[in-house]
Design a binder for this molecule. Structure first.
Ligand code: FES
Ligand SMILES: [Fe+2]
Length: 380
């Protein structure tokens, strides 16, 4: 039986992904091509775009992209590449602009991508400006998340997401507001970074003072008809897992939650790069952009119910939620960077999965193994 077939066995019999998947340059290139340039990728939240001209520029799979809000309040995603001679229009980051002006020779584009100015180009015959708008990239907003699809193959977003929106309906994610954003890079493979976020096995060893003891054993992962996994788990005590200490009460429970959902957290991973924890009072959202097999850019956002943001003293509340996230994230990163070093050893071998506490990781591994097989990758 090949290593990939062993990954695909039921969780209690399954092996983890072969270490090559986390370090091999050829596999990294295939991922970039098929998953990041060929799938739907998370591109922030719709509320990142408040006023016309608000933009987010981001390079994914060596493809500079820019998402920008038009005067018609539609979020569009374009190739961040000038149609004259290919200059990148905006450096990666977020900002506000009235138009997209190329710093090289001055071609200008409207917020809807139309080319509106091309100095001295009357010297070119049969030059039709309407043919030189920015290259549009498919995009969609679902549950408040912005998704972009670079590939030319048509793949409807709703086929990619399957029952994602239905499963998350009680959290009313579309209404939630982004209160903070942080960006950083980590020296590990992008898959390791999201895997640790979606398993409970490491809590006792890695988060003994911060998270261990907050959670019961989770439910089995939910049925997913899309390219995602999701697993709900109840909290062990009737507390928020978003704040440490008891010096001040946590935020109220989200208004759409009832029954068991009122005291738990749903961890979800939308393949390839978006993962979030929808808890009873807040949502932690992670988006990864692979930079190299062992280097990953991470964008971390904290989302809250709009009523929480409007409440008096929210800044102090936010500080407490951020502090708890920072501590837990630092604990994870120390482990992940050491995991990458161990995984990069020529002596590293696939291990076994803990079916009780790592079933989401297993489901991702099985999905990923199928992708490798589809790409023609064979690993003994
Ligand atoms: S490359 Fe943009 S105007 Fe020349
Ligand atoms: Fe963790």
């Amino acid at each position: 039986m090949s290593s990939l077939d062993k990954v695909k066995r039921p969780a209690n019999e399954a092996y983890s992904l072969p270490p090559a998947c986390y370090r091999d340059a050829r596999i990294f290139t295939l991922e970039q091509e098929h998953l990041f340039a060929g799938g739907w990728i998370g591109f922030g939240r719709a509320d990142d775009f408040e006023h016309p001209g608000d933009y987010v520029a981001l390079t994914v799979a060596d493809t500079p992209l820019v998402a920008i809000l038009g005067t018609d309040r539609e979020i569009r995603v374009f190739a961040n590449t000038c149609r004259h001679r290919g200059m990148r229009l905006l450096p990666d980051g977020r900002g506000q602009t009235r138009q997209l002006a190329c710093p090289f020779h001055g071609w200008c584009y409207a917020l809807d991508g139309r080319l509106t100015a091309a100095p001295r180009m009357e010297s070119a015959t049969h030059f039709d400006m309407s043919e030189f708008g920015l290259v549009a990239v498919s995009s969609a907003v679902r549950a408040g998340f912005v998704f972009a699809h670079i590939g030319s193959e048509s793949m409807p977003i709703d086929d990619w997401l399957g029952n994602f929106e239905m499963l998350h309906a009680p959290w009313r994610l579309a209404d939630m507001k982004t209160a903070s954003r942080r960006e950083f890079t980590v020296s590990c493979n992008w898959k390791l970074f999201i895997e640790v976020f979606n398993e409970y096995y490491h809590l006792r060893k890695v988060h003994p003072r911060t998270l261990s003891g907050f959670y019961r054993d989770p439910d089995p992962p939910d049925h997913s008809s899309g390219a995602f996994i999701s697993q709900f788990g109840e909290h062990a005590k009737d507390v928020s897992v978003g704040v440490l200490g008891t010096d001040a009460p946590p935020l109220p429970t989200l208004p759409g939650l009832s029954g068991r959902l009122r005291n738990g957290t749903r961890y979800t991973w939308v393949y390839p790069n978006l993962s979030f924890a929808a808890s009873r009072d807040a949502v932690w959202m992670l988006e990864t952009v692979p930079l190299a097999p062992a280097r990953t850019a991470v964008r971390l956002s904290l989302l809250f119910d709009p009523s929480a943001l409007a409440a008096e003293g929210f800044e102090r509340t936010l500080d407490r939620y951020q502090e708890r996230m920072r501590i837990a994230m630092d604990e994870d990163i120390a482990v992940l960077e050491a995991q990458q070093i161990g995984m990069s050893s020529r002596l590293a071998q696939p291990g076994r999965i803990c079916a009780a506490l790592e079933p989401s990781v297993h489901e991702f591994h099985a999905w990923y193994a199928n992708q490798l097989i589809r790409w023609g990758v064979a690993i003994d």
